[in-house]
Design a protein around this ligand. Sequence first.
Ligand code: SF4
Length: 432
Amino acid sequence: MTVLVDIRSRDAAPARAEFARPVLRQRGQREVFCGLTGIVWLHRKIQDAFFLVVGSRTCAHLIQSAAGVMVFAEPRFATAIMEERDLAGLADANEELDRVVDELLARRPEIRMLFLVGSCPSEVIKLDLSRAAQRLSKKHSPALRVINYSGSGIETTFTQGEDACLAALVPEAPRAAADAATSLLVVGALPDIVEDQFRRLFAEIGIPRVDFFPPRKSTEIPAIGPGTRFLLAQPFLGDTAQKLEARGAVKLPALFPFGAEGTTGWLKAAADAWKIDETHFARVVAPGQERARRALERHRPILEGKRLFLFPDSQLEPPLARFLSRELGMELVEVGTPYLNKDLLSRELEALPPGVVLSEGQDVDRQLDRCRAARPDLVVCGLGLANPLEAEGITTKWSIELVFSPVHGFDQAGDLAALFARPLKRQALLRV
Ligand code: SF4
């Protein structure tokens, strides 16, 4: 049974004057991957960490099929599969888990941080992984730290796995002294190459101390405290942001670094916090802006004027919609997102064109009806919807590619545009 809650008219008179857009909210059947998916990119980022999913064979299959093609060495993830005896309460799941962890550490002694990742089955049988993590941390300290978070698909979408993981990592950070020098923290897993580009840009801008969260090694978690100013690199890190703020860190509101405009706005938020001279800032970012604009011009002819429908999946939809409409001239039919965090997205929502339909949550059949009626030129959606829509002659782009590909910053702006241009080009070729 699905429940439709359409509060378009109620939202037409919003409580907050600064957020005056109506939002279509729906709850019903959803087509999304679960938070375990985040392991696919997180395990490559923190090089001495290991992700142990406590789940079922379904969970193991999901991770294997999502990550299998990308693993060239022994992977830094695995699934402790709960068998029928565990699920029926006939075996002591904690004893089993301890045994599996012992075996894992005997085989992989280089692991310094172990994430126990909860799943639907472990949550259904109420296996307390936070107690298990405490117990195992005590047993293996100081060589190993054990942390837990949930990647379950119960009421989540796939990018929440990263948010849950990073939120669990915040308490592991040393506390910065109240009088420590102000430092910048970039929050969100970025490919190393993008991280290096941003590090160089911040240094040229004149921000001396920049840390990235998560770090490349678990032993390099930066100290966090009232002197920390943080920039989110991804719009789906609401819980992590809250944990950082509880530590006294201060969020710098900004556009997200997609495209020339987003990257400039994101860097500028940090430059303003450090009171960097405007002329100096403009001089530093000008070459990157120029490279990005030139790269985007190559894709504009195919994207300009095309009608775009974004299904709710990655939570990247509002910043992508802003980028595609403002920098590439696409027309937005509907911008769906699983969750609409107005606090984190305030700048993005202000930058969207007037009149765009914003939707939060999903009732997939109703949304498919709206999509079919609109006949957009391009649909951004999850894998589960892409094939059926393609079979109906609607061109699609898989949203999951957006988290696997380097897309942030000036030098990736062209690649980001190419992800949307490619399916349209392919469709044009097929029509000839
Ligand atoms: S965590 Fe839940 S939704 Fe994800 S693979 Fe396992 S059973 Fe499926």
